[in-house]
Design a protein around this ligand. Structure first.
Ligand SMILES: [Zn+2]
Length: 262
């Protein structure tokens, strides 16, 4: 009888032990799966005046979490010179030759007639320039002082899409709203393609490169804005472009790039 009871106790103990092992195994697997999911989440947040990214995005199936504070702040633009002016005020403050500095003014390149696709802002040479929004992705750079961009022009009444215009050293940045800024005639470029930049990143220095050298104009920043169909538009009419969403920005651009955590 006593022997039998011992046997039953032993079997019971072994069963409990096996059951516990199974539970621990299943729970560990669950925790591991959960950890993997959490690691894939990128949180875009706004903390004490700066955009903060948590966790890496470079994951096979990333989830992206965006706090309401991030959305509120990522859509606030500021001046490329961090001087407190908005895009409209920049024009009042930094234009020099109103008939040629504005968006849409006439230009001539060889036989081609075209429009000025940005605005020219006169600041001292080597002034640091910043992104226009608190977060952006660098989509193009050139360190070549003779760098050419092909644009649209007219010969007579014929439209041509391959007019070579010398922009010089450039930085192009895409923002969550779906717009891109293009800075031209820079002396220095400090960022790389694919780099995530925040509002306080110095992306380059204003300067004297590209066709500015034979324009007779002094050093200035050529600031161009493009909507999500790559059409340039007047920075002053910023509110009227065809705009994409933060989701579009994240889906199409951010997931392809590795970003460093804050
Ligand atoms: Zn210009």
């Amino acid at each position: 009888m006593k022997n039998n009871t011992s046997k039953i106790m032993l079997i019971l103990n072994i069963s409990i032990f096996v059951l516990l092992l199974t539970i621990i195994f299943l729970q560990t697997a669950k925790i591991n799966a959960l950890t993997e999911r959490l690691e894939a989440i990128t949180i875009f947040d706004w903390i004490e005046g700066t955009i903060s990214l948590k966790n890496a995005l470079n994951h096979s199936t990333p989830l992206t979490a965006v706090t309401p504070e991030f959305i509120d702040h990522s859509f606030l633009h500021h001046s490329p010179f961090l001087d407190g002016y908005d895009l409209k005020e920049l024009k009042e403050k930094y234009l020099k030759y109103r008939n040629t500095d504005l968006y849409g003014s006439g230009r001539r390149t060889g036989n081609f007639r075209r429009i000025h696709e940005g605005i020219d802002l006169y600041v001292p040479e080597d002034t640091p320039v910043y992104p226009l929004f608190p977060i952006g992705l660098v989509t193009a750079v050139s360190h070549d002082p003779d760098h050419v961009i092909y644009t649209t022009g007219l010969v007579g009444n014929t439209r041509v899409d391959s007019v070579a215009v010398e922009y010089g050293k450039i930085v192009r940045i895409l923002y969550p709203e779906g717009i891109e800024s293009l800075y031209a005639h820079l002396n220095e470029v400090y960022v790389e393609i694919g780099e995530l930049v925040t509002g306080d990143t110095v992306v380059g220095l204003t300067g004297y490169t590209g066709n500015i050298r034979n324009s007779g104009k002094p050093s200035h920043l050529h600031l161009e804005l493009h909507d999500c169909s790559s059409e340039s538009f007047d920075p002053e009419t910023r509110m009227h472009y065809q705009f994409a969403s933060l989701r579009h920005f994240i889906d199409n651009y951010l997931d392809n790039y590795e970003t460093s955590s804050e």
